[in-house]
Design a protein around this ligand. Structure first.
Ligand SMILES: Cc1ncc(COP(=O)(O)O)c(C=O)c1O
Length: 386
């Protein structure tokens, strides 16, 4: 009886399994390896922030927050955009607080995608894009970008646009490549969507982690893109608190009202005391400018230490990820080598092939350097022994 009932079950995501991040983190745990795989900091959040969350919990801010988020937090975000990007973002009608970047991405995709719609993604791609598109009946049209530069050929993008194309997803700065989009890329994107009905989803969760004096360009800075763009951001990356799952989505008032219809029946609203605490903590928008120097110093430390190993480092302009090429060591498949490195050398990384639909193998591993100096030192000692 039970068996025949289950045999009728039709999976919406037949090809999805446990994510590579969970898989490598578990392997790291089982083999007591240093975990440079999943993207989370191993250092504490600012105690001031913990105190603020405690304060708001003790003051009784423990019931449902307003569906779009507290106005205090939305105003703090709006101030940030004024300060960093010199643009006005209306806290009431253009910002919605989400349960992390992931819920933001999922709800944007849910807002736009009807069965049969096509979505252009760039691979290597963050792992939630494809399953989110598929769960709303959309078709993923991946464009493969290759090492070492992962540059986008915009003519190729133009050629992939059909009358079914609803959305293009970009991720800038990019996880896992660590590359950023230039003003020329933004111009090219403006040109190819002109005269089409294509929307843009810009995943900017690493917007404040851009190095070497370079500047992040938000799609909101482009008048052309802003009319049809959704920006997704995450406080997990900004406050070193990935476990809080707190983020936001910005889009114009019309699209915001459609977005909120999906968001409200997805999570309704998100964690109240944390919203109040973050709003107070981010009262000074200068806070954001402390992030790039912190992670740039960690990146430089890892690059310097890797010089004593056979790993070749690829350019990293942003995020807290670094790609390394291990061709000088072996030609093994990335997943095999990453597993071996975890078990034998006690350092867990992520095979970059996991970010491609067809598991493209380029002898690359992704290292997360959002770790304490002690953790990075130990990991690099192990890598030197290869
Ligand atoms: C590119 C990218 N987008 C979105 C997210 C999700 O952010 P959150 O943890 O806030 O859900 C991540 C998290 O690692 C990410 O790397």
């Amino acid at each position: 009886m039970t068996q025949s009932f289950q045999s009728n079950f039709k999976s919406k995501l037949p090809n999805s399994t446990v994510s590579i991040f969970s898989k490598m983190s578990l392997l790291a745990q089982q083999h007591q390896a240093i975990n440079l795989s999943q993207g989370f900091p191993d250092f504490d959040i600012d105690p001031k922030l913990t105190a603020l969350v405690t304060k708001y919990m003790q003051q009784g801010f423990n019931q449902y927050a307003p569906m779009p988020g507290t106005i205090e937090l939305r105003k703090a975000i709006s101030e940030k955009y004024k300060h960093y990007y010199k643009i006005a973002v209306d806290p009431s009608e253009e910002i919605t607080i989400t349960a992390g970047g992931t819920e933001g991405l999922y709800s944007v995709i849910g807002t736009l995608i009807h069965p049969g719609d096509e979505v252009i993604t760039f691979e290597p791609a963050y792992d939630s894009y494809s399953p989110s598109i598929q769960s709303f009946g959309g078709k993923v049209v991946p464009i493969e970008l290759c090492a070492p530069n992962f540059a986008i050929d915009w003519n190729d993008v133009k050629a992939k646009i059909t009358e079914r194309t609803k959305l293009i997803i970009i991720n800038n700065p990019n996880n896992p490549t660590g590359r950023i989009l230039s003003q020329d890329d933004i111009k090219a994107l403006e040109n190819i969507i002109e005269g089409t009905g294509v929307y843009i989803l810009s995943d900017e969760v690493y917007e404040h982690l851009v190095f070497d004096g370079k500047q992040h360009i938000s799609v909101l800075q482009s008048d052309i893109l802003r009319q049809r763009a959704f920006v997704v951001a995450s406080f997990g990356k900004v406050l070193h608190a990935t476990g809080w799952k707190m983020g936001y989505v910005i889009t114009n008032p019309l699209l915001t009202s459609e977005f909120r219809k999906i968001h409200q029946f997805n999570v309704f609203s998100v964690n109240t005391p944390i919203q109040y605490a973050v709003a107070e903590y981010l009262d000074d928008p200068l806070y954001y400018s402390t992030l790039a120097p912190l992670f740039e110093q960690k990146r430089d430390f890892v690059i310097e230490e890797l010089k004593a190993t056979p790993f070749k480092v690829l350019p990293c302009e942003g995020t807290y990820f670094l790609l390394v090429d291990y061709s000088a060591i072996t030609q093994e498949q990335e997943l095999n080598f990453a597993e071996k490195l975890t078990i034998e050398n006690k350092v867990a990384t992520i095979p970059v092939s996991a970010f491609y639909t067809n598991s493209l193998n380029q002898n690359l591993l992704r290292i997360c350097f959002a770790k304490k100096e002690g953790t990075l030192k130990l990991a690099l000692q192990n890598l030197r022994n290869i």
